[in-house]
Design a protein around this ligand. Sequence first.
Ligand SMILES: *[C@@H]1O[C@H](CO)[C@@H](O)[C@H](O)[C@H]1NC(C)=O
Ligand SMILES: *[C@@H]1O[C@H](CO)[C@@H](O)[C@H](O)[C@H]1NC(C)=O
Ligand SMILES: *[C@@H]1O[C@H](CO)[C@@H](O)[C@H](O)[C@H]1NC(C)=O
Ligand SMILES: *[C@@H]1O[C@H](CO)[C@@H](O)[C@H](O)[C@H]1NC(C)=O
Length: 388
Amino acid sequence: MLSQIASVLGVILLAVLAIPLSTHLRLSGVYPPRNATKPVSPKLSTTRCATVADNLNIACETLATNPQFGVAYLACENPLSRSRYNPGFHAVDPAFSGHGAVYSMNLKNNKVSKLDIPNLPVNLSILGLDFYVKDATTAIINVINHHPTGARIETLSHKKGSTTLDFVDSVESKSLFNWPNSIATMPDGSFYVTSGLVGKTLAAKIAETMLPLPWGSILYYNAATQKTRVVAKDIQFSNGIAKSPNNEFIYAAGSTSGALHVYKVIDPETGALKLVEKVALDFYLDNVSVHPRTGAVYVTGHSNGPRFLMAMANPTVYARSSGSLVAKVVNNTGEDVFYGHKYKSSLVFVGDDPLFATASHVVVAPDFKKTIFGSLFSKGVVVCDWEL
Ligand SMILES: *[C@@H]1O[C@H](CO)[C@@H](O)[C@H](O)[C@H]1NC(C)=O
Ligand SMILES: *[C@@H]1O[C@H](CO)[C@@H](O)[C@H](O)[C@H]1NC(C)=O
Ligand SMILES: *[C@@H]1O[C@H](CO)[C@@H](O)[C@H](O)[C@H]1NC(C)=O
Ligand SMILES: *[C@@H]1O[C@H](CO)[C@@H](O)[C@H](O)[C@H]1NC(C)=O
């Protein structure tokens, strides 16, 4: 009797897991096998790429270029503290918190300097970063701070050429922001943040990732009313987010569904979003960035899920073998646009060289003919002298 029940339960379990299993095989590139295995174009040769700031013992998960100031902002952590303190992934040893910082990289000579924040009232466990240019010499930066007492979004002010940041304000919202992941700052100081993984326990986070469950969302903070509300739901591991150059579109990664969600901002007041399309990219997506002129969307992700999980669990041993991918999403100008495909995607970069291991974010700086790769565990950032 018991064995009958067990086999019935087994069959049900297999049926329930069959769909997630095939999703994970597909996103991992195991089955069907992924075709491109090399950087798509020879001009993207890795010989024209170099690691910068590896002596600082920092890994920079999030990048944002500010061409007007000639710098890229880097959100960096010590790789050891990232692996031990990362609440989104249920690593919560507070002794490893507070080792994050914002760095700036000069886009001309690639020199990296730390931007001190003398009046920041708490220590910083940094994750996402974005900014807007307020006037010719001031940029307002938002950073996500996974502080042990609750997540916060810090607002910082940067004067062009300065190596310090001025703390301006902080938004805390324990119920809404645990745990924010990535941020897109709008020109009035309002911002969108993604929320995921949200499972409260380790088991819940594993289920959320593996099944995968659409528990992720996008929140909008209105700077004028100081109110926060949920503006998009049902996202499988809501991760990277970015805005279009004209702030009319929001792009957000569903990490474990392998889809880029494209939203139109329908009301800048309330932040209301309308889903335009889910673009299937078929790998585990991480961060998103946008070409400042063409508006093309760059989505960085991980080519092999199991290897990435091993790298998360033991970066010193496995991080170098966890490869990365970059897809580019552009407006569809082909004939099939009439059949409802508004966007076209292509895999533009395959990073199987250890230089690009665990890469989580790519940004382009067209005025400087550069592409910058940030990653979870590799030291420093990788700067290439070509534009992806
Ligand atoms: C691989 O390439 C073949 C033929 O070019 C194509 O039919 C197939 O869809 C591709 N597979 C993937 C996973 O892109
Ligand atoms: C950061 O703050 C937390 C909580 O107040 C504390 O446990 C941790 O030791 C601090 N980290 C540093 C580097 O000061
Ligand atoms: C980049 O991805 C990490 C998760 O891997 C996330 O925490 C971070 O906020 C992301 N940043 C951006 C700008 O998308
Ligand atoms: C598509 O075109 C619109 C309108 O020109 C533009 O605002 C947007 O940035 C473009 N999106 C992409 C992904 O290129």
